[in-house]
Design a protein around this ligand. Structure first.
Ligand code: ATP
Length: 468
């Protein structure tokens, strides 16, 4: 047995006079109300702030039972239950309402003493703090969202919809590429999700906590693109901002820069971009101090860069610099299996945004959507659905809510397109024929099978095969 324990047992009291004197010295100057009671809930120590809060001199309180000072006290109960009460609201007998802690100190199963403190002496003070905290929290969330919008990547692999084989393959490539340090080139028709991929690659890379900055090379006039990308020094040209301007490359330092529509970049700028890619440094317009950056370039275009190189409008050296890790996003008509999920999720998202309660796409409507060729890809699908949601009166999108060029589609003449393998032509014709018939019979499979002169089981196989 240690000497101190021996001393405690000998005096038969855990809170010795010596301890009380020491604690009093310690707690009295602290401007937070603190109290110590013995195992019988008699006050052993109370600091001056607490005593005056209760309306007494502290000498008047020592030795008194807590219930004689404040009849609302829960200390006797806490000592009995041996359970702490943390941040409880308490109304003192004198009318003060506060937030308090009541803590029984237990050793070897026995309560030795009770410790109490008043956290907020008046509830309004507590409410104000909570309110302020809540406000700060909301403000923080808002600012974080704005920041993410400005310099962040908002999409990840999970938000990119598509389970078709083609999408699984490109997402797999995207994940792999994200882990490397290389620049990335995203190819694909307009609206296939190149920007989404750029976001997801950045988010999934080690640069995720650094900025993601987007530049649309086609939207900025070529004479302004240089200062947009590299920034300019003070006095670089007439009308230049005081203090100069920071460029997108510098803003994205440590992170990724997404150069959209790279195929539209002017030849002069292509040379400058090539230098940044090779040397990782550049100068601001009107300044000759080199700025070194650590950045990953994710470039995208819906143009055929190889063709542009052949035509002489895109530099071959830049093309090879960019074309290291290339991902080609498939058009929607080559992954019709994704249309159903995409349409459903987009309707969900859009009806929330538009404040409309549209939840369903009728089977017939879905057939039309699956049958259409979508030259504008997912962006076109999104626009068509937004239009349909606005036109819908009830909760279901019907064929009448689609533009007529979608509902009046004719079977495409395969001879119109490029030469294809015969089995592909036959499959396409079969898919379109079944889809049209399902639309005609309003999804009735028995009728469809009869009209097409095939067995029901064969129809089911083909519906599954073509994901109709
Ligand atoms: N797989 C997908 N899942 C969910 N939404 C998608 C998907 N692909 C595209 N979208 C949506 O379609 C729209 C167009 O996508 P995005 O801007 O990424 O296409 P893009 O290929 O960059 O087009 P552009 O070449 O015209 O710039 C966006 O609103 C995007 O949210």
């Amino acid at each position: 047995m240690k000497a101190s324990e021996h001393h405690l047992h000998k005096t038969d009291s855990f809170i010795t006079d010596y301890l009380v004197a020491t604690l009093e010295k310690l707690f009295d100057p602290i401007p937070v109300p603190i109290i110590l009671v013995d195992d019988q809930a008699r006050i052993k120590m109370i600091n001056s702030v607490f005593a005056s809060y209760l309306g007494y001199e502290k000498e008047q309180l020592i030795g008194k039972h807590v219930a004689d000072v404040d009849k609302n006290t829960r200390f006797p109960y806490v000592l009995k239950s041996k359970k702490s009460e943390i941040a409880w609201k308490h109304r003192f007998e004198n009318g003060h309402t506060a937030i308090v802690h009541r803590i029984p100190v237990v050793e070897d199963g026995d309560v030795k003493f009770g410790f109490g403190m008043v956290l907020f002496q008046d509830l309004e003070e507590f409410k104000d703090i909570i309110k302020e905290n809540k406000l700060l929290e909301t403000e923080l969330i808002h600012i974080k969202k704005q920041l993410k919008k400005l310099y962040g990547a908002t999409y990840s692999w999970e938000t990119i919809i598509g389970d078709s084989e083609k999408m699984i393959q490109v997402k797999y490539m995207g994940r792999k590429v994200a882990q490397t340090h290389s620049n990335v080139l995203l190819l694909g028709e307009s609206g296939t999700g190149k920007e989404l991929f750029a976001h997801a690659i950045h988010n999934d890379s080690r640069r995720t906590h650094h900025p993601f900055v987007k530049v649309n090379c086609a939207a900025i006039p070529s004479n302004l693109l240089e200062s947009e990308l590299f920034g300019y020094a003070e006095g670089a040209f007439t009308g230049a901002r005081k203090g100069g301007k920071i460029g997108k490359f510098e803003l994205a330092n440590g992170g990724s820069i997404f150069l959209d529509e790279i195929g539209d970049m002017h030849m002069d700028m292509q040379v400058k971009l090539l230098r940044v890619l090779q040397e990782r440094e550049f100068e601001k317009v009107g300044d000759n101090k080199p700025i070194t950056i650590d950045i990953r370039v994710i470039a995208a275009t819906n143009k055929n860069l190889r063709e542009l190189v052949n035509e002489g409008t895109f530099r071959e050296d830049l093309y090879y610099r960019l074309n290291v890790m290339t991902i080609e996003l498939p058009p929607l008509r080559e992954r019709r299996g994704d249309i159903k999920d995409l349409a459903r999720l987009l309707v969900n998202k859009l009806s929330n945004q538009l404040g409309k309660y549209v939840t369903t796409i009728s089977q017939e409507t879905m057939q039309y959507l699956k049958n259409y060729d979508w030259p504008g890809n997912v962006r076109e699908l999104e626009n068509i659905l937004e239009r349909a949601i606005n036109l819908t009166e009830g909760d279901t999108i019907l064929p009448m809510h689609l533009p007529s060029y979608i509902t009046s589609q004719k079977v495409r003449h395969v001879s119109d397109g490029p030469i294809q393998a015969l089995n592909e032509i036959i499959e396409e014709a079969e898919r379109v024929a079944i889809s049209r018939c399902l639309t005609y019979t309003n999804g009735n499979k028995l009728k469809t099978a009869k009209l097409l002169h095939i067995s029901r089981s064969s129809l089911y196989d083909k519906i599954e095969k073509y994901d109709l």
